[in-house]
Design a protein around this ligand. Structure first.
Ligand SMILES: *Cc1c(COP(=O)(O)O)cnc(C)c1O
Length: 369
């Protein structure tokens, strides 16, 4: 079924095949007489769904054995509190602020960590470039250093994760990878903990994925809620309390879909990365080559997932959005804090969708030249 192309930043498009399978299984999952939303999270049916989803995610992201995969609730913003509650050890934590999301994380951590140190910030440059990691000076003995590896609103992405050891720091790196999880491989040798809400690139809102190195468990502050204590969650296989069962199920279907994707010899996340590079290049080239549109983000950190752009004549914004909608190109309006347009090109967006957007941008520019 050909649906409109949905460029939403999140909750975002889900592969049509996944939605069709979920619809077909809605009333009766695999002949058990129940839909997934109606079954006990401790029954053998759901336990098998959950275990398969976790194993598939581990395989897709090549998560090493010494990392736990946790399925939690609360979204990225709750993790802004849960991470310091678990990892700060009542000591100093370091932050690099590169856009709205890491700024929120930085502010929230101040409620829980003894001291929060701003190591670098892109704010002076309007968050259109990334502070060069070579110049960062992490605090001595910091409990961790936090970055947002893809800033969904400002459209800046770390194409390579910083190597904290090379900067003389033993602190574990914490990454908020909400909006580019599963769009590219992760270098786990540089990461202590990664978290992300599912609703950008994996499935429905309500599921939060946390991938954490085992040695970081078991140091939660006394005030940490038990349901948010990573050690407790890990010991119970993400079933200390009722997990977001529907979200886990849809994420699991998405992981199966991801495993089926091929691009030449590549499959899974490696295939998605090739596709995502091609999609982003197509759109950035269209923007850069037109006098009608502009994207201000520095070339070395342009996000492959979230591409903000502006019409040089902003009085035409409403006409642009209306025309896009009429051509089946949905949710292109930029975030209110940045304005303009934003196209989110998550895994579920096919190259054909970006081609349709670029063709529309070309036609619109010609009409209004
Ligand atoms: C969307 C988003 C969040 C917030 O997620 P919620 O699920 O709304 O809490 C946090 N970080 C990043 C990078 C995001 O894109």
């Amino acid at each position: 079924m050909q649906r409109p192309y949905n460029f939403s930043a999140g909750p975002a498009a889900i592969p049509t095949e996944v939605l069709e399978q979920a619809a077909a299984e809605m009333l009766d999952w695999h002949g058990c007489g129940m839909g997934v939303m109606e079954m006990s999270h401790r029954g053998k049916e759901f336990v098998s769904i959950c275990e398969q989803a976790e194993a598939d995610l581990r395989e897709l992201l090549a998560v090493p054995a010494q990392f736990k995969i946790l399925f939690m609730q609360g979204g990225g913003l709750a993790e802004n509190a849960i991470v310091p509650l678990n990892l700060s050890r009542a000591a100093t934590v370091d932050f690099v602020v590169t856009g709205s999301w890491s700024q929120k994380s930085y502010k929230e951590a101040r409620k829980y960590a003894a001291e929060v140190n701003l190591v670098a910030s892109g704010e002076d440059g309007d968050f259109i470039s990334l502070p060069n990691p070579a110049h960062w000076q992490p605090s001595r003995g910091a409990s961790y250093l936090h970055i947002c590896s893809n800033e969904t609103i400002h459209g800046v992405e770390f194409h390579e994760l910083p190597d904290l050891q090379a900067l003389g720091s033993d602190a574990p790196l914490v990454i908020d990878f909400s909006s580019h999880v599963a769009s590219r491989p992760v270098d786990w040798s540089r990461v202590g903990l990664a978290f992300g809400g599912a609703q950008k690139n994996i499935g429905p809102a309500g599921l939060t994925i946390v991938i954490v190195r085992e040695d970081l468990l078991g140091h939660a502050l006394a005030i940490c809620p038990s349901a948010f204590d990573y050690k407790v969650v890990a010991e119970h296989g993400s079933m200390y309390n009722t997990p977001p069962t529907w979200g886990i199920y849809i994420a699991g279907l998405t992981f199966q879909w991801l495993k089926r994707q091929r691009e030449g010899d590549a499959s899974g996340v490696a295939a998605m990365e090739l596709r995502n590079i091609a999609k982003a290049e197509l759109l950035y080239n269209a923007i850069d080559q037109s006098p009608f549109y502009v994207n201000k983000v520095a070339a070395n950190c342009r996000s492959r997932m979230n591409i903000p752009f502006f019409l040089c004549d902003e009085t035409r914004n409403d006409a642009f959005l209306a025309g896009a909608k009429a051509r089946g190109l949905l949710q292109l309006k930029g975030h209110k804090s940045v304005g303009g347009m934003r196209a989110s090109l998550y895994n579920a967006m096919p190259l054909a969708g970006v081609e349709a957007l670029v063709a529309y941008m070309h036609d619109f520019a010609q009409q209004h030249a």
